[in-house]
Design a protein around this ligand. Structure first.
Ligand code: HEM
Length: 137
């Protein structure tokens, strides 16, 4: 349990970092109308891998935490609702948006603005429902 918790906590830095790099680089390519090249495709691949690893570890962590949950009304408590409902749902949405952005990127010859929008929406979902107080507090 401790290793999974530490991993999920630490890998989150890489996930956020890669998400930011993806948004900035696709934005630069889209604005400068640069052709899609291997550099931006590699960034897309690494970002997607980072997101999916975090998703899988998050699912494992969720199952472990939920199996130790001693009961109570999840929806009535802000912290339980964040941990067991809002955080997982928004993170799954975030990973889905980022996966679509990368799939579009792989097929593109120049980077369209729609990829940047998908990536920004993904990061908005992600950053809005991280349990900041638990993580950094
Ligand atoms: C993919 C993006 C994700 C990111 C960036 C992320 C990030 C984080 C961070 C930073 C924490 C706080 C860690 C700490 O306690 O030090 C956390 C906690 C947690 N995450 Fe995630 N997570 C993601 C996905 C998921 C998913 C998909 C699930 C479950 C299906 C999940 C389940 C949990 C649970 C159960 C906690 C524990 C909260 C608590 O200790 O009360 N996470 N996550």
């Amino acid at each position: 349990m401790d290793f999974i918790k530490q991993f999920h906590s630490g890998w989150a830095y890489l996930t956020i970092l890669m998400g930011v790099i993806f948004v900035v680089s696709t934005l630069v390519y889209a604005v400068s109308k640069k052709d899609t090249d291997n550099v931006v495709k590699k960034i897309g691949l690494i970002t997607t891998i980072a997101f999916h690893v975090q998703l899988l570890v998050g699912l494992v962590y969720y199952i472990m935490k939920f199996s130790q949950f001693e009961g109570g009304n999840i929806m009535k408590s802000d912290i339980l609702r964040l941990t067991f409902v809002e955080h997982p749902m928004m993170m799954i949405a975030s990973v889905a948006f980022m996966t679509v952005a990368n799939a579009k990127l792989k097929r593109s010859t120049i980077v369209p603005m729609s990829i940047v929008i998908f990536a920004v929406v993904s990061m908005a979902c992600l950053l809005s429902r991280i349990p900041w107080a638990i993580w950094l507090g």
